[in-house]
Design a protein around this ligand. Structure first.
Ligand code: ZN
Length: 247
């Protein structure tokens, strides 16, 4: 039940007819897994925490590097060499003491994810490589969890919500089959436009909050953002019949 102080804190959400008290209570009761504590996770977690998403677990085994500071805005110079997940959760906790934040300084491998996923309501993939995204996709499908997946590289962003709650695809593997690789492309190698992470990470938080508040609409779309020319495009996705994950 929402109390008077929470009613004030989250009043701008409660005022929205589509969210109202029931939607805000659902957000406050939610259990969210954020995989990665980098450029997508900073804006995504900022809006999840400020919106009062109840229990958030952040998994990342990296430490802060000086090159992260261009876009991972919760990190300070003094945090270099410290574990990202720990620093990020500590910073966000001071922003909203009501939210239960937990940092896991571990690699998000199959064993760990199988332990965590049964206790989650939604998963945000904020990682930066195809292998991790494929693993997270497969396990979210197996656990029938909605997955909000995003990517950002150079000036290009992608976002898709895979709603596996009904036990069917399409899934990430339908779109990015095993024979398709990223040729080792990465922000470290190719660079990334800093505000692109803000746009894509905030969009991830928005889609996750809509899932939690019951506002997610049917249909699965790949949303592509061209940050160089400021253009959005969306493509409807269909399940691939012989997909090794959801087929
Ligand atoms: Zn699939």
């Amino acid at each position: 039940m929402i109390n008077d102080k929470q009613l004030l804190r989250y009043s701008r959400h409660v005022l929205l007819n589509d969210i109202d008290v029931a939607g805000q209570e659902a957000i406050m009761a939610a259990r969210v897994l954020v995989i990665g504590a980098g450029g997508l996770a900073h804006p995504a977690l900022t809006y999840l925490v400020s919106s009062g998403a109840g229990q958030i677990t952040v998994v990342d085994d990296d430490c802060v590097e000086i090159s992260n500071l261009q876009r991972q805005f919760w990190f300070r110079d003094a945090d270099i060499d410290q574990p990202k997940a720990h620093v990020l959760c500590a910073a966000l906790q001071s922003h909203n003491p009501e939210v239960k934040l937990k940092a896991l300084i571990q690699r998000a491998d199959e064993t760990l994810l199988n332990q965590l996923l049964p206790d989650m309501d939604v998963v945000l993939d904020c990682t930066d490589n195809i292998a991790s995204r494929r693993l997270i996709n497969r396990l979210c499908f197996q656990h029938r969890l909605p997955l909000v997946s995003a990517a950002a590289l150079v000036f290009a962003g992608q976002l898709t919500v895979y709603d596996f709650r009904q036990g069917h695809g399409p899934c990430y593997q339908c779109l990015f089959a095993d024979d398709l690789d990223d040729n080792g492309a990465s922000c470290a190698k190719n660079g990334v436009f800093s505000p692109l992470l803000g746009i894509m990470g905030a969009a991830q938080a928005g889609e996750a909050l809509k899932l939690l508040a019951g506002l997610h609409e049917d249909g699965c779309y790949l949303h592509c953002f061209d940050g160089r020319h400021f253009q959005w495009q969306r493509f409807q996705l269909s399940a691939v019949a012989d997909c090794p994950v959801c087929g």
